[in-house]
Design a protein around this ligand. Structure first.
Ligand code: C2E
Ligand code: CA
Ligand code: CA
Ligand code: CA
Length: 280
């Protein structure tokens, strides 16, 4: 049996074994993190390009692990998706964001829309969670506008998950939808209309290339013009320089998000910078 076991795995290189071990440990820690609520939401403002004021905010998950430290979502979201753990994580994100929105309304008297990221895997496995979400919004006496859902382009191409029906249910419930990372996938603008998308987020890679790439400039301008013709608002992601901000504003982009304005902030930092009544 020992010999067999060895044979079975002899084609694994040490680095593959290491990776498998690393992955197993990560999954185990993730399960622990879910049951022990080790996650946190950070908040990054989305700025109105006309007024320069905050328009809404995107919630971005962080995992604060005892020995791993602060783990970035790029390190664990894909594993969470492969294992289905993203469903529990995603529901936690929704509940946390909804409670935060209610709390901010109570404390600061404003209902600021919070955008959350929803994985295609959550759409696949959804079941009844959407009605649970609506029930929670009602329970907290939030408007359906309180939470916006960010989806990615790939989702729109996958008809197998009943995506059309699900997104139309969002529309009927009055929940807004953003299309994240626009331009990196395969979706056409025709999809945006079909699914009643409210916001389109120009991917950071386009924003980054504005200074160097004339094709990137033409693409950004064309995306903004066409989105507006379809009645869709445009958010530019990854705005880091004044040049980018000025270019996008001139091109008619509605909103912008990026380090130029603020990094994703811890709740308390966010409140201090954006929600406290301003003192003169
Ligand atoms: P995303 O939804 O495209 O989020 C934007 C990412 O860009 C965030 O990275 C944000 O911190 C970063 N960012 C914002 N402004 C700038 C900038 O000016 N320059 C640069 N270089 N980066 C900027 P983060 O927080 O590490 O999240 C990475 C990805 O992880 C997100 O990309 C999203 O796909 C995923 N993610 C984050 N939170 C969640 C969540 O709660 N659920 C799910 N399913 N995915 C999440
Ligand atoms: Ca996003
Ligand atoms: Ca809509
Ligand atoms: Ca994005």
């Amino acid at each position: 049996a020992k010999e067999q076991g060895r044979n079975r795995f002899h084609y694994f290189t040490p680095s593959m074994q290491e990776f498998a071990r690393y992955r197993m440990a990560l999954i185990k820690d993730l399960r622990h993190a879910i049951s022990h609520k080790e996650f946190e939401l950070y908040y990054q403002p989305i700025i109105d390009m006309n007024s320069g004021d905050i328009y809404k905010v995107e919630a971005l998950i962080r995992w604060n692990h005892a020995s791993r430290g602060m783990v970035s979502p790029s390190e664990f979201i894909s594993v969470a998706e492969e294992t289905g753990l993203i469903n529990d994580i995603g529901n936690w994100v929704f509940e946390k964001a909804a409670h935060q929105s209610a709390e901010w309304r109570k404390q600061f008297g404003t209902e600021i829309q919070i955008s959350i990221n929803k994985s295609p895997v959550q759409f696949r496995d959804d079941g009844d969670t959407f009605s649970d979400w609506l029930t929670l919004l009602q329970h907290l006496e939030l408007s359906s506008n309180a939470i916006c859902v960010e989806i990615t382009e790939g989702l729109l191409l996958d008809a197998s998950m009943g995506v059309t029906e699900k997104l139309l249910a969002y529309r009927d419930a009055g929940i807004q939808v953003s299309l994240d990372d626009f331009g990196t996938g395969y979706s056409s603008l025709a999809y945006l209309k079909k699914f009643d998308i409210d916001y389109l987020k120009i991917d950071q890679s386009f924003t980054r290339n504005l200074e160097t790439d004339t094709d990137g400039v033409a693409l950004c301008e064309a995306i903004i013009v066409m989105a507006h013709k379809l009645g869709i608002k445009v958010i530019a992601e990854g705005v880091e320089t004044e040049f980018q901000r000025d270019f996008l504003a001139k091109a008619g982009c509605d909103y912008a998000q990026g380090y130029l304005f603020a990094r994703p902030l811890q709740q308390a930092e966010f409140e201090q910078a954006y929600l406290n009544p301003r003192s003169s």
